[in-house]
Design a protein around this ligand. Structure first.
Ligand SMILES: [Zn+2]
Length: 183
């Protein structure tokens, strides 16, 4: 099976929709999903400065948002920061968020801070998973950072990997149900 859109050699099969895509079509899919999250949650507004928090996927956030800033002729600046108090773009994504949602379920503590935008934290990678983000980074020759996660989160991550391998789209469904519950 070739790429669903242009029939050339695929580089990935999306877990959410089981669609195979080639590198070019995948990049387009990734960026449109990223930008749709920005638009849907109005993450940029009238911001003059957009701060990218220095975490796991900061290079990817910087790469896409810097280009967006150039396209808008510098209406906002894109800067990197280690300051958690600013309005920050972070690396939270489908894998991270679904793990945290499930973890909070197990602890019987419903967390309200796991939405795409919460107070000063913005997560444009929210609906993309690790596999997709890592491939996007690879195709654009961008670096990703190692992230320290605690033992419980690691266990949940492995558990969800197993479930996902049997029931594709599990993480999507967890996050979808969470957002429906909270809205
Ligand atoms: Zn294609």
């Amino acid at each position: 099976m070739g790429c669903k859109i242009c029939r050339t050699k695929p580089v990935i099969k999306l877990t959410s929709t089981k669609i195979s895509l080639c590198d070019k079509c995948f990049l387009r899919y990734f960026e449109s999903k990223y930008l749709r999250t920005i638009r849907t949650y109005n993450m940029i507004k009238n911001t003059k400065k957009l701060y990218i928090f220095n975490d796991k996927y900061s290079e990817i956030n910087y790469f896409i948002l810097k280009r967006l800033s150039d396209e808008r002729k510098g209406k906002f600046k894109v800067l990197k920061t280690n300051n958690k108090k600013l309005n920050i773009i972070n690396s939270n994504n489908l894998d991270k968020i679904s793990s945290l949602i499930l973890l909070s379920e197990f602890k019987n503590k419903f967390k309200k801070d796991l939405t795409p935008i919460y107070k000063n934290k913005l997560s444009p990678l929210y609906f993309l998973n690790n596999k997709e983000i890592d491939l996007y980074a690879k195709l654009n020759k961008l670096k990703t950072k190692k992230e320290k996660i605690d033992k419980n989160e690691e266990k949940i991550l492995k558990f969800l990997d197993e479930v996902e391998s049997k029931y594709e789209g599990t993480r999507n469904n967890i996050v979808k149900s969470y957002l429906e519950l909270i809205q």
